[in-house]
Write a protein of this length. Sequence first.
Length: 402
Amino acid sequence: MAKTTPQSPVDFAQIIPREHTGCVKYDARRERFGRADVHPLWVADMDFAAPDCVQRALAERVAHPIYGYAIFPDAFFTTIQRWLSIRHGWVVARAAIVPLPGIVPALNLLVQALSQMGDGILVQTPVYPPIHQLPLNHGRMLLENALISTPQGYEIDWSDFTTKVAQARLFILCSPHNPVGRVWRRDELERMATLCLAHQVIILVDEVHADLVYAPHQHLSVASLSNEISAQCITLNAPSKTFNIAGLNTAYAIIDNPNLRATLHTAVQHTGLGSGNVFGITALIAAYQQGAPWLNQLLHQLQQNRDFVVGYFTENDLGITVVRPEATFLLWLDCRQLMQRLHLSDDAALARFFIERAGLGLNPGISFGAPGSGFMRLNTGCPPSVLHTALASLNHSISEDN
């Protein structure tokens, strides 16, 4: 990995206008919420500029005026290896790395390639909507292991997991978990993996938030626990959330099992998704080689944002509670008391309140599965002033309606 240079202080307070740049978060507001002026705190990208090292690498590549088909150079693989080793203590073989156009496309390909119509697919709800929708989209049986909400955070319902894993062909693990912000402990990962091994269930792991973990918590890849477990795992990751480069559509899988790796290679090639994005490849290499100092500053800012929002709901009686997440820049808001207070009849009424009364565009919890009813997901990856304005607007709207 290239030597990192000292990172000058990053201005995370800077407001960078994003309207009219073709971005989902801002330019799809009218389509999504029915109005274009809501504060967009929904889709999971950040309002922070990508690291300078990424911007410089992209500018240098743009300066060459030919943007033809790209290969995945040696640096693509070695930087991933070094990043996972240094950042997470996980040593992976180069041969285990499979380039991908994205995690969600890969999950869809894997569900099709590794299961049959009617097979059971186990997910832990509430969960990222594309994961929740996957089984039914492909005619598989959705097995929901609903997580248990406690005052300390979400826990696994082990009795239910044990019953349902026996009916599954695949288990899709979100680690760290989106939207509840859990960083799974070693004992939890070992127990889930052991049950999957006992029933020959293949584990598909979405680790896209692995770099966005707050101390003292530490991310641990389930595939790193043992050779036996890694042989039954497909781990999916990308620099997209970490460095705010999701629009460059570049990801990768780590697959030790050569048969599973061949299955994914074949699926990617047969669907014509094997070509790389020239700018995504460039950005990944630059970010993983030189972006660690920037990331360390980002984590400090995200932790401050998280603590501000959690503290705000603790100090203000708004009928909304939130457990401090261990990872991600996403907060899972329990609005069930608010619904009772304002006589909001259902999830649609809750969403309308946030849009029409508070002027906020959030993700409705119900889209993450039935256990998300009465919840909303809020994105804190933005300048602090944006959060201050948004929460003040929410507070005012609730006070008006009381």
